[in-house]
Design a protein around this ligand. Sequence first.
Ligand SMILES: NC(=O)c1ccc[n+]([C@@H]2O[C@H](COP(=O)([O-])OP(=O)(O)OC[C@H]3O[C@@H](n4cnc5c(N)ncnc54)[C@H](OP(=O)(O)O)[C@@H]3O)[C@@H](O)[C@H]2O)c1
Length: 232
Amino acid sequence: MATIVLFGASRGLGAALSAGLPRPGDTVWCISRSEPPPHRADQVHRRWIHADLADPRQMDTVVRHLGTTPIDVLLYNAGVWESVDFPQVSDTEIQHIVNVNLTSLLLAAKRLMPHLIAAPAAKVILIGSTCGLENEGGTSVAYAATKFGMRGAAHALREVLRPHGVAVTCLSPGSMATDVTWEEGPDAALKRHGQKRIPVHDVIHLLRCLMELSPAACIKEIDMPALLDTDV
Ligand SMILES: NC(=O)c1ccc[n+]([C@@H]2O[C@H](COP(=O)([O-])OP(=O)(O)OC[C@H]3O[C@@H](n4cnc5c(N)ncnc54)[C@H](OP(=O)(O)O)[C@@H]3O)[C@@H](O)[C@H]2O)c1
């Protein structure tokens, strides 16, 4: 029975991960500001931790709720991006993006390291973006900076955790159909977006594979652009 800690669980990909990734008997700690949607009775134990990841002090709340529970999978999915073009974005919004996407990730990695080491073969999975890959061509400067930073954090964190048998992976997806829920199914996503956006189900298949790999394997990075999205 795995314990999964999911940052950014209330909607979009996070809500789908909470619904589709765990197996019966698993526990998912869901972290977000708004309450995640209710799920069908599936024998998964879901617990919501209300925390605003833009405020670094709120990592205390997360750690307090988790106590000394060993963590099998730490999944950092929380992410925000510019609401306007970069030249118009406020200084406050830039700080907000960095805090949610990067500062809070670093705090979570540091504070929850003992919990990961306490599990038999834990995995850290960071949800990046193709915006954090070379030559992507996007113009979201703050967002791209944090997603590049996330990859850097993944590489260094891997070396810190390697001696403890904890694997670290950064998955960088392209356009996803995050408006189509896990329950609606992948065909609905393909239909709604003319196959230009990746169904969240594909991401869940990949993550499940990562979770089920033996402790000997180390998948450093996965780049996953949408095949027909020629914007990237
Ligand atoms: N959508 C795409 O096509 C796409 C493509 C590539 C990569 N990604 C990445 O995939 C991840 C999920 O994207 P998405 O489209 O599913 O995003 P989304 O629908 O906007 O959901 C973002 C999640 O992060 C949480 N979050 C945001 N700010 C937070 C805060 N201050 N404190 C706590 N939680 C916070 C949200 O919860 P609350 O608002 O309730 O707090 C929500 O659960 C992100 O990291 C994103 O960068 C997305």
